[in-house]
Design a protein around this ligand. Structure first.
Ligand code: SAH
Length: 449
């Protein structure tokens, strides 16, 4: 009935969790990026499937009241900030709706979803950035990969990142050009510099510069160190990371400190945290403080509990609650993160915590076998959620409460449904926005036996 390149008129009635607007023509769904609910549009159909189509905006006939001007040059190509054209208030409503729909439709969970907590900052909130470095069209490019592509969109002033990152990137770029540093080529698997990875500790101001190389050393690195220290005195650590694998994974396993400290230190919920390049750390520090406060409240701690923190990273969630529990056990698979967690406990004078370097599945099973009976278990898995064995072992330890922290409400819903069959009922869920302007949203859920 419809063909590619047809022009149609429609109104946007919803936003999918990929950030596309949804309009209908004769009951047929059309997905249109960069739109907002109540936009009236003329849309060109660009891809037609059996039951739906993709379109692009040809003309805005009447704009949605949620629209705001887009203040980024590369918004269209980059695709990171899919919601940058929408007011933050409307964005929060959209995210609230996603979490509610996921819990209900995927998990069949009908627990109350509390009103979403917004991020204190909507720009400059990130503390970490990974920039691919490539030679493209005869030009040295540093920026981000485009939407579904491996072409680099030059961008050194992303609005989500701290402003100090820009001068660091320019310094590295100039250094590479002047000293003719070879640049990584993905197809040929040749060249040296692959990625620039920057992390800032907002509470102390310390910045870590990590250069990911396809090799063992960086020529003239002393010169680069001098320049970085001059340009940005907040730089506290300069690290080389070796990644010689043919992979999209950014970091390799080996780190060598070129100058300064091996870690940088931030302060999160009053806990001083040391961070290695390889340790996970929440990208929005102020958002994470809000998130952890919710998790702590849900955990209902009285000082008598044994708390198990699975997927603990550098130990941050558990350590922020350590003063309110009897004992804390953290489990994390990355050795450097576990090392950070142990040192973080020590430096904060926390003596009731221990950390195990293990896979959550194996650790949960062996702790269950040992007869461990935690009162509260915090689970904060990566986006893919928990494997069933982890949930089985956790429920087998019979904790009173499980607090699940998740950056993917779809896998959260699946895991909550699995825990229901294991005897745990979801009491409530609290969305927390840690990733303004993007399609990501964090959520904390409380389950009781
Ligand atoms: N709770 C921490 C980290 C959450 S991110 C925080 O708030 O900062 C998820 C963590 O799970 C990462 O540190 C990752 O390294 C770890 N991880 C991933 N797979 C794992 C597994 N199978 N077993 C244990 N930890 C795992």
């Amino acid at each position: 009935m419809y063909a590619k390149n047809d022009l149609v008129e429609l109104s946007i009635i919803d936003i999918t969790d990929e950030g596309n607007g949804v309009g209908k023509i004769d009951g047929f769904a059309v997905f249109v990026p960069g739109t907002a609910v109540d936009d009236r549009l003329r849309v060109k159909l660009v891809k037609i499937q059996k039951n739906f189509a993709y379109g692009i905006v040809e003309e805005i006939l009447s704009p949605s009241p949620d629209r705001i001007p887009v203040d980024c040059r590369v918004y269209r190509q980059c695709g990171g900030c899919s919601l940058r054209h929408i007011s933050y208030q409307a964005e929060l409503q959209i995210k609230q709706n996603w979490v509610e729909q996921h819990l209900k439709r995927i998990g069949g969970i009908d627990a109350p979803v509390l009103p979403i907590i917004g991020s204190p900052r909507q720009d400059g909130y990130r503390n970490k950035a990974q920039y691919p470095v490539r030679m493209e069209d005869g030009e040295l490019r540093l920026g981000m990969f485009g939407k579904r592509s491996h072409r680099v969109i030059p961008c050194t002033d992303c609005r989500l990142q701290p402003s100090e990152f820009e001068s660091i990137l320019k310094t590295i770029r100039d250094f590479c050009l002047e000293w003719k540093i070879s640049i990584y080529n993905e197809e040929k698997y040749s060249g040296l510099l692959r990625h620039v990875y920057l992390r800032s500790a907002q509470a102390t101001g310390e910045i870590m510069v990590c250069l990911v190389i396809n090799g063992v050393s960086l020529p003239h690195s002393g010169e680069l160190v001098d320049r970085l220290r001059t340009v940005c005195p907040s730089v506290a650590s300069i690290v080389l990371n070796r990644n010689r694998e043919k992979t999209n994974v950014i970091l390799g396993q080996h780190c060598q400190t070129l100058w300064g400290k091996d870690t940088i230190a931030d302060i999160l919920c009053g806990v001083r945290v040391n961070l290695s390049p390889l340790s996970f750390y929440q990208v929005n520090r102020e958002g994470a403080e809000q998130l952890y406060r919710v998790a702590e409240e849900f955990a209902g701690l009285t000082g008598r509990e044994l708390l198990l923190d699975l997927y603990c990273g550098a130990g941050t969630i558990g350590l922020s609650m350590a003063h309110r529990v009897r004992e804390l056990i953290g489990v994390e698979i990355i050795p450097q993160a576990v090392e950070n967690a142990r040192r973080n406990a020590q430096e904060n004078g926390i003596t009731n915590a221990r950390f195990l370097c293990d896979d959550a599945k194996g650790a949960a099973a062996s702790l269950q076998r040992e007869g461990l009976t935690p009162d509260v278990v915090v689970l904060d898995p990566p986006r893919k959620g928990c494997v069933p064995e982890v949930l089985e072992a956790v429920s087998g330890m019979n904790p009173d409460r499980i607090v699940m922290v998740s950056c993917n409400s779809a896998t959260l819903a699946r895991d909550l449904a699995a825990l229901r069959t294991l005897g745990y009922h979801t009491v409530k869920a609290q969305p927390v926005d840690m990733f303004p302007r993007t399609t990501h949203v964090e959520c904390v859920a409380l389950m009781t036996r």
